[in-house]
Design a protein around this ligand. Structure first.
Ligand code: NDP
Length: 239
């Protein structure tokens, strides 16, 4: 049977890219979204539509979904993954960094849900995977605004799961620990960045983007009547 359309936000690097490669290797058609279109296209994956979409732009999300569904049929999985981590101390951090994280990590996740959910509810079939973080379950130094956004993702996911459960739409939260991606590179405070790198080294390495993609695949490929509500995964040595 033909595999259904998988939509991945933030597919130009890290977890999103790893999910794109894994789901493509398993035969799923893809809609890949990010601001760096050239990185999406460079993946060179078959049966894939790549669009330059900022997740804060609801109209652009809706337009890309329409195009992809016309090519590949209804979206059955959204990997709501796009996110930014700009670590800092609240007293000194440029507030525009909080705004960026709230816009992308919280409103972007809501926008993704808003885009695919009506179709899933109408078909009474579909899965939304929200990529949160262990920083959505416990706090870490210099993470106040970022943790705020990820605690919000956990809350939104849980509430949405209850809202749509009776219509057979699954909502899954993935909460990874530290992993090797481009995420930290956007933090502007060099001493915080160095401290984070030292912490990763101290624990003897972190998990990979491929580990997260495999968790998403595992949760999604369960039978539709079974909802893996949350997966928390981290390096064994991460406290
Ligand atoms: P990366 O920085 O490697 O990837 C982030 C992705 O998000 C990129 O593809 C980027 O694409 C995209 N993105 C950022 N802003 C926007 C935007 N406004 N619109 C559309 N896409 C956007 O980091 P990760 O892969 O690590 O991060 C993926 C998710 O995993 C995030 O939600 C992050 O918070 C979460 N996470 C990461 C952990 C880690 O240690 N790496 C741990 C726990 C959770 P582009 O720049 O091209 O738009």
């Amino acid at each position: 049977m033909d595999k259904p359309l998988v939509v991945i936000t933030g597919a130009s690097s890290g977890f999103g890219e790893a999910c794109a490669r894994l789901f493509s290797s398993r035969g799923y058609p893809l809609l890949l979204l990010a601001r760096r279109l050239e990185r999406l296209e460079a993946l060179g994956l078959p049966n894939t539509l790549c669009r330059r979409v900022d997740v804060t732009d609801r109209a652009a999300l809706a337009g890309a979904l329409l195009e992809a569904e016309a090519l590949f049929g209804p979206a059955d999985l959204l990997v709501n993954n796009a996110g930014q981590m700009l670590l800092g101390k609240l007293a000194g951090q440029d507030p525009s960094e909080w705004e960026r994280m709230l816009d992308v990590n919280v409103l972007g996740v809501l926008n993704g849900i808003h885009t695919v959910l009506p179709g899933m509810l109408a078909r009474r079939h579909g899965t939304i995977v929200n990529i949160s973080s262990i920083a959505g379950r416990k706090t870490f130094p210099n993470h106040a605004a970022y943790c705020g956004t990820k605690f919000a993702v956990h809350a939104i996911s849980e509430n949405l799961r209850e809202e749509v459960a009776m219509q057979d739409v699954r909502v899954i939260t993935i909460a990874p620990g530290a992993a090797e991606t481009e995420l930290l590179s956007h933090t502007t405070d060099e001493s915080i960045k160095q401290g984070y790198d030292a912490w990763k080294e101290q624990m003897g390495g972190v998990i990979s983007a491929g580990d997260i993609a495999e968790a998403v695949r595992y949760a999604y490929e369960q039978p539709q009547h079974l909802c893996i509500r949350e997966i928390v995964l981290a390096a064994t040595r991460q406290e």
